[in-house]
Write a protein that binds this ligand. Sequence first.
Ligand SMILES: [Zn+2]
Length: 337
Amino acid sequence: MKRILIPALMAALTCLPQLSFAWGAEGHQTVGAIADQLLVGTKAGAQVKALLGDTSLEKIAVWADCVKGISPEKDFAYTSTGRYPECAQFETASGIAAMADYVRRNNTNCNPAFDEENCHKQYHYADVALQHDHYETGLAGTSDHDVVHAIQAAILVLEDKPQPKPFQFKDKHEALAVLAHYVGDIHQPLHVGSVFLDAAGKKVNPDEGHYDHGTNTIGGNALQCPCGNLHALWDDIPQQFKHGRMNDMLAKKAHAVAKPAAAIDQWPVLWANDAIHDAKTVFNGTQFSQSTPNKRGNNWSIALPLEYEKTMQNVKEDALVRAGAHLAQVLQAIWPE
Ligand SMILES: [Zn+2]
């Protein structure tokens, strides 16, 4: 039997704090900051300013995570006051009312199954099995309210077109806020690509035969490494890109990112395809233990290959740059010169 060697391989990996928010606030702020910079002096930049007023893409990019502080089970009260510094800007009476209003509209509108999250939380991701090379609606882990569809819906609202069900984005301001966030999420490899495992830790394809929901590793949330879960490890970003360190190197690289030749509504699909490609890199050389079921479902240990931290840094940097560039590109496609 294969034994998984975890502690020795992991010793070199710095333990990072657990993050409950996707990409962490810094990742989303970095993506927004890159786009803010690329849009200086453009018509799209002026439109963004007209919608956001005193705020910026960098600041608003965390809003879709901050709204998770609204608790439907507590009559839609905001229960995270003071907990996340990046959300403080929204913790005014009118800001909290706006968050509660958004969550009320986007809570059960997708008819979540008993084991699924509230709808607006599902807007942030898809879980496409890595046996696939491409995102396709209908695959296990996709839905009409996954991150690809959420981005498409937000774009439509900004284009003054009707949004598809089940989305309930109130206006352009709200659509821009969530778009700035989801474009960040869709570039985080574990927000799109997922590994599905049986109880023995062997990879399975959920699109062949019966799909057992218990095989879903939930974007790495059910994969434990000594530093916590794999998803959290990926949500943190390299120190040099933390808030306030937006630098010329990132902007320069973002400037060089080519605009897709496809129609704008297909862009999120192309971005998802790239994320699936990145997710394959992320899981390259990893090994899984047998599952140890806990209260929340199945859990597996993951052993990471040597040099994993380097792989992770490279993929993250590239993903953040592309996300920032793509956010600016999509806004310029909505509001061309
Ligand atoms: Zn998110």
